[in-house]
Design a protein around this ligand. Sequence first.
Ligand SMILES: Cc1ncc(COP(=O)(O)O)c(C=O)c1O
Length: 305
Amino acid sequence: MKDKGVDFVWFDGQYLKWEEAKVPIFVHALHYGTAVFEGIRAYSSDDNLYIFRLKEHMERLHKSANVYSFTTRFSVDELCKATAELIRKNSIRQSCYIRPLTFVGLHGIDLNVTKNSPTHTTIIIFPFAKYFKGDGISACISSWRRIDDESIPPMAKASGNYLNSVLATQECRRNGYDESILLDRNGNVSEASGENIFVVRNGKLHTPQLADSILEGITRNTAITIAKELGYEVVERPISRTELYLADEIFLTGTAAEIIAITKIDGNIVGNGREGSITKSIRENYENIVTGKSEKFMGWLTPSW
Ligand SMILES: Cc1ncc(COP(=O)(O)O)c(C=O)c1O
């Protein structure tokens, strides 16, 4: 979002005009990437604007901060309430993206960030529709390896992690692909630059396990839940690169990307070259759930209004 899109942001407990929320150029996060964040969506439906799995996202923000010993300063509950209030304050009724961010402030150049280091938390929202256009994308295997638990833990959603994703995205776009898939240090499939990955083979779903350098995606968890509801077996295990070439279907899951089929991988057509039937049924169920059309999963939705 290059333009502001809305009038107000939430910043350390206050609702500020977008252009009035400013930070000094010496904030630690700007220099060292010492920040954690979330990506959340709110979906407009006939009767409300529903925020999807808000609590789980704010809990993950807290957990990510904890990995780096940051203090978020606001409870999960306070952040959830502030998000809904921010939507109302901006009079937003259309689907939007929500970006909470906790970052280390004026801490000098010392790298010993502790629970006492100054942090700030902000929530920014903006109208948002589709991330990928169409119902199938092309992907390539990146020459960059995914960051690793032995260096930068991928399970914490930290800003610095995304330098790895930037390199992979630059490479894939340069070569004409929509998205990049990164392998972990052992050469197994990890995840895409901003999404988790699922492979369908012989009617069964497979997805990399947590130890394969992935973010524990909330959409991943949603897709697993839907797949099991539909009666499919889901296996979390190491996946080799070649399995992608042998797959009947491949799809990605992520808050921004939602559920999107990969129809071409490294130039090889996946399945029949279109979104597969299992991906389609999971995507359609997902779309019903996020827009409040599934009674069973209303507990995942927070009404904004
Ligand atoms: C690297 C990475 N993996 C996976 C995901 C998917 O996570 P979620 O479904 O919680 O949005 C994201 C998006 O946040 C991501 O950036």
